[in-house]
Design a protein around this ligand. Structure first.
Ligand SMILES: [Ca+2]
Length: 662
């Protein structure tokens, strides 16, 4: 114990401990839910300076016996989001009655972090966040200025234990301030809206058909109407005419739906309708528009308070890419020879046996990102589009990259040096924390959350994937990543790379009529997506209840605006209004509550008025849910409940803890 050491040990149940925990709870309640965000904290995190090596204090044997684990250098245990320092510990499940954080020193951090705060000597209660696999996580939200603290554990049996003190390292992983508040929407430009029919035919001149020597199918085509069925043999080379002007035209619609983050599939000149086979990383696809249109789109979106993400494809080019064509022509004498991994030359473009391609595909020759020239060029490309005005990058296929982690670290430095608040999202389909340690991506595309957990639960098809299962999965998800990363989650259930949400939920294939129960399941799944920390991202047309299986490009079929389901549109607009209007839905804190039968329920935000209980029922009969203490008001109906509430069949509720009704 040092002079500033922890208070003397107290017995569980003793008056001293009760007073101390009551004081901690009071402080947690009184601290403002959202402290002013300090942009300098981002700058500090982005400087990339290695934190000074800190020595972990020895864990007392009594704490070790509880399975106690905490390391302030691990972002999973300590990170900053929404102006709070989130501190987490892990113990054996069922071992703790209470825990708190004693602030030993704080509020006098580096001047750059903003006004000093004096909070030393205060205690903040920890709350039990979740439990899975025999472990439990406890978490506290502290003021950002804290730089030394001690953790006090009240075990279920035995004397309280003080652990620490710990030092907050410099450069704590920090969430971007805007992502957690957003509502996202993915646009596949050729299939969204045709705002300029005069550019439609330009797709044919750019198509890979013109450069692929191994082309065996029919010629690409611009389809005669927005409702034309895609010819099966023409995956990716049937163009519908959608374009950037179409996105501009639809911005008021997107704003009315509450969307404020747009993710655009590739807009650069490429050999297909999907655009992942670029002929240029810098030129806009002529059938989508031109740079002036891009600038107008970004300016208008920004004026509406929206941000726009660029789809960046560092892994491969198309056959028409200028450097690849140079290699085809000049072989080893090409200055770009080392940009690709060529096995033999001469070769025909499209011959997958002659060079490395993404997933072995001949039309997608892989770039050698370990080559310094390639890296330099790609980083220039990324910086360029941010300079044009994009607010972040979605990075295609990073786990396919040559030496991907090294490249993404360099990419992050380049991106954040141009735009410290730019959002960097990696297309990784699994829950892989190796990309999320603060030095690479802000988030992955969270299919691992949306498809592997939320979708399986929302299907309601199997008791194996009921409420208890989902709660355990979400507990693992939450405990396995930094709070700052969860707050920046790019959360998707479907995209241009999967079958559509409503099809996955039993609504049928393209051309079918979805049943009312499938529509209810889409409302359930989307309400669940919107209730998780981070950015919920909807694929274009899901708000229209559009169907499409992953076959023959039907998952990417153009949005049929004339047949848009008004009820589903209203539902998504409602979710966006709720997200904007309920601060708890932007709070980084996720707390497990109930997983039982068909019921899944969790809390968002700290336990004080305004906390949100998100409750879901994937079963086909209404079920009761026992409520936590206090009066809970349904955010949609306005009705208040105490003690218990009924969850409708295949239904959901967002319930808000009322003030003064504890
Ligand atoms: Ca067009």
């Amino acid at each position: 114990m040092t002079r500033r050491g922890a208070p003397p040990p107290v017995r569980p149940g003793s008056r001293t401990l009760r007073l101390r925990l009551a004081r901690a709870f009071l402080l947690a309640t009184l601290l403002p839910a959202t402290l002013p965000f300090a942009p300098s904290a981002v700058a500090r995190a982005e400087e990339g300076a290695a934190p000074p090596a800190t020595t972990l204090p020895a864990t007392p044997p009594a704490a070790a016996a509880l399975g106690f684990r905490h390391d302030p250098a691990d972002p999973t245990d300590l990170s900053i989001a929404e102006g709070r320092l989130y501190l987490r510990i892990r113990v054996d499940d069922g071992s703790l009655a209470a825990a708190s954080v004693q602030i030993v020193a704080g509020g006098t951090g580096p001047a750059r972090t903003g006004p000093a705060r004096t909070v030393a000597g205060a205690a903040v209660a920890m709350v039990r966040q979740a439990q899975a696999d025999g472990h439990a996580a406890w978490i506290a939200a502290l003021p950002v200025g804290v730089h030394r603290y001690r953790i006090e554990l009240a075990p279920m049996s035995g004397d309280p234990i003080a652990v620490g003190p710990y030092e907050v390292p410099s450069g704590v992983a920090t969430a971007l301030p805007w992502v957690a508040h957003g509502v996202g929407y993915q646009i596949f430009p050729d299939r969204f809206f045709n705002g300029d029919p005069t550019n439609d035919a330009r797709a044919l001149a750019s198509d890979a058909f013109n450069v692929d020597a191994r082309w065996s199918g029919p010629a690409p085509v611009v389809l005669p109407s927005w409702a034309s069925a895609p010819p099966e043999s023409l995956c990716c080379h049937a163009y519908y005419g959608g374009d950037l002007q179409g996105i501009l035209d639809k911005l008021p619609y997107l704003a009315a739906e509450g969307v404020d983050v747009l993710y655009l599939n590739p807009i650069v000149d490429a050999g297909s309708a999907h655009g992942y086979d670029a002929s240029s990383f810098l030129d806009v696809a002529p059938h989508l528009g031109d740079l002036a249109t891009v600038r107008r789109l970004l300016a208008r979106a920004h004026a509406l308070g929206m941000r726009v993400l660029f789809d960046f494809v560092p892994d491969h080019t198309g056959l028409g890419f200028w450097a690849f064509r140079n290699v085809v022509r000049y072989g080893p004498n090409s200055p770009y020879w080392d940009w690709y991994v060529v096995r033999r030359w001469p070769f025909e473009p499209g011959d997958a046996t002659a060079y490395a391609g993404w997933s072995g595909v001949g039309s997608l020759p892989q770039l050698n990102t370990s080559d310094p020239g390639v890296e330099r060029y790609l980083l220039e490309v990324a910086r360029y589009w941010l300079t044009v005005g994009f607010d972040g990058l979605r990075v295609d296929a990073p786990n396919a990259l040559v030496d991907g982690h090294t490249f993404v670290r360099a990419l992050r430095s380049a991106v954040k040096s141009v735009r410290p608040d730019a959002y960097l999202v990696g297309e990784i389909w699994s829950a892989d924390p190796s990309w999320l340690q603060g030095d690479q991506f802000d988030s992955l595309m969270n299919y691992a959350l949306g498809r592997d957990v939320l979708l399986k639960y929302a299907k309601g098809a199997s008791p194996l994937f009921g409420g208890r299962w989902a709660q355990t999965q979400l507990a693992r998800w939450t405990m396995g990543q930094p709070t700052a990363v969860a707050a920046m989650g790019f959360n998707v259930i479907d995209s241009h790379d999967t079958s559509r949400l409503l099809t996955d939920l039993g609504g049928g294939d393209w051309g079918d009529t979805p049943s009312p129960s499938a529509l209810s399941r889409e409302r359930l799944a989307s309400a669940l997506l919107y209730a998780m920390p981070g950015l919920p991202v909807t694929f274009q047309g899901d708000e229209c209840a559009q169907l499409g299986q992953k076959a023959g490009d039907l998952e990417r079929y153009p949005v049929q605006w004339d047949a848009c389901d008004a009820g589903m549109q209203a539902h998504y607009a409602l979710l966006a209004r709720l997200k904007a209007g309920l601060p708890a839905l932007s709070d980084p804190l996720w707390l497990a509550y109930r997983g039982q039968g068909s019921v899944l329920a969790f809390l968002r935000g700290a336990p004080h008025p305004g906390q949100l209980l998100a409750a879901f029922n994937s079963g086909t009969a209404a079920v009761p849910l026992e409520l936590p203490a206090g009066m809970w008001t349904d955010a949609v109906s306005g009705r208040s409940y105490r003690g218990q509430v009924s969850l409708p069949a295949v239904g959901w509720r967002y319930l808000v803890l009322a003030a003064g009704a504890q």
